[in-house]
Write a protein that binds this ligand. Structure first.
Ligand SMILES: [Zn+2]
Length: 82
């Protein structure tokens, strides 16, 4: 099975958990995204971020879905206190 890789700005084809690939910054490793939104950008730069679908989300869109437009850093707490 071939993994499809998506990038910032593309339309999200399926709601689910996506792995985040972005060597330039230590972003969170995975994120839950919603079908119909666009793949989010890095909060630190305007470079493309890549995504791969990990797990489809089978739950109905009722459990407090959050629309994500920017990906936070993994160690945001440290960065905030620095
Ligand atoms: Zn970045």
């Amino acid at each position: 099975m071939e993994q499809t890789r998506y990038s910032t700005g593309q339309e999200i084809p399926q709601s689910g958990i996506y792995s985040v690939f972005h060597p330039a910054h230590r972003l969170i490793r995975s994120v839950r995204l919603l079908k119909g939104d666009s793949f989010p950008r890095c909060s630190q730069c305007s470079d493309q971020v890549s995504f791969e679908l990990v797990t489809l989300s089978f739950t109905a869109d009722v459990d407090g879905d959050i629309h994500i437009y920017e990906l936070p850093l993994q160690d945001q707490e440290e960065a905030a206190s620095a």
